[in-house]
Design a protein around this ligand. Structure first.
Ligand code: NAP
Length: 281
């Protein structure tokens, strides 16, 4: 079984991006800039943002974090986004989720200029992705896609089963694999026989949030299994896939942690650089 090393893949991607940023700097005399808006003091969000900033600096991007207290008014955030939309030095804008209850997530996402939407959440980018046009793609599914392509460069005609239909993971994952000519089944909490669906698959991507939901006898031999889940349990962090069981049958499998997770931030940097490149055309 191939243990898909997300840490190594992310480090290789960051190295490629570092070289790309250096070339862009020579060509345009400026570097792409990522601005993150962080509201409140939730510890996981603080950690994510710190890691994003560190990785951005590592590849040579200009990186800024704008911090607001939990009590910040929605209007203040929307005005800041509007200001950043007009700022030539800002290639990508990310508003760290979740937001406090009094701030409308939809309004915030839609306020970001789609050409600077490095999370790929703006409806314009969602539409472009599903139409097969160039767009920013949400970072986690993009990372999963890059890991799958490393194992199997030609996905033509492969049967993929996506477990979970969130806007963040399942739906964009479906679009990415459709674009690669996979036959994609997207499953969710109302799917009748998830085990039978998974048993048909050459590729399974699990993004559910239920610890070890996908069992060994759900997977046929030779399947590539990507585990997006991050679940805190008594025995520590586990994915949505039963690692021990599935590793006995799968062709390749991502561990949790150390699989998909590290690719997410690397893909955010890639999206920022891609936004910058599109703005220079
Ligand atoms: P989400 O928005 O809660 O969506 C979960 C999806 O799973 C829903 O579509 C839900 O179906 C489906 N589901 C729930 N129970 C199911 C069942 N028994 N059988 C089949 N499908 C079922 O979750 P998410 O934001 O996509 O996150 C999923 C997991 O990925 C979480 O563990 C999260 O922490 C993790 N995550 C990891 C990363 C990373 O960087 N590695 C990034 C983001 C998220 P319905 O639509 O019918 O409700």
């Amino acid at each position: 079984m191939i243990l898909i090393d997300g840490k190594k893949a992310a480090s290789e991607l960051r190295e490629e991006l570092r070289q790309e940023v250096a070339e862009l700097k020579t060509k345009h005399n400026k570097v792409p800039g990522l601005t993150v808006i962080l509201i409140g003091d939730l510890t996981p969000s603080q950690i994510y943002v710190r890691n994003k900033e560190k990785s951005a600096n590592e590849v040579g991007l200009k990186s800024d974090v704008i911090r607001y207290p939990d009590s910040v008014e929605e209007k203040t955030v929307l005005e800041k986004i509007s200001e950043l939309n007009k700022d030539d030095g800002v290639s990508g804008i990310l508003v760290q989720l979740p937001l406090p209850k009094h701030i409308d997530k939809k309004k915030v996402i839609e306020a970001i200029d789609p050409s600077k939407d490095v999370d790929g959440f703006h409806p314009m980018n969602v539409g472009n992705l599903s139409s097969g046009y160039e767009s920013s793609v949400p970072c986690t599914p993009l990372g999963c896609y890059l890991l799958i392509k490393k194992i199997e460069p030609n996905l033509n005609g492969k049967k993929a089963v996506i477990v979970g239909r969130s806007n963040l993971n399942g739906k964009p994952m479906t679009q990415l694999l459709l674009k690669e000519n996979c036959t994609v089944t997207i499953t969710h909490s109302k799917t009748k026989d998830l085990k039978s669906e998974c048993l048909e698959a050459d590729i399974v991507v699990a993004a559910v949030g239920i610890p070890e939901l996908v069992k060994g006898d759900w997977i046929k031999e030779g399947t590539i299994v990507i585990d997006v889940g991050i679940n805190k349990t008594e025995k520590g962090i586990v994915g949505d896939v039963h690692f021990e069981e599935v590793s006995k049958v799968a062709k390749a499998l991502t561990p949790v942690p150390g699989g998909v997770g590290p690719m997410t931030i690397a893909c955010l940097l890639k999206n920022t650089i891609d936004c910058f490149k599109r703005s220079q055309i």
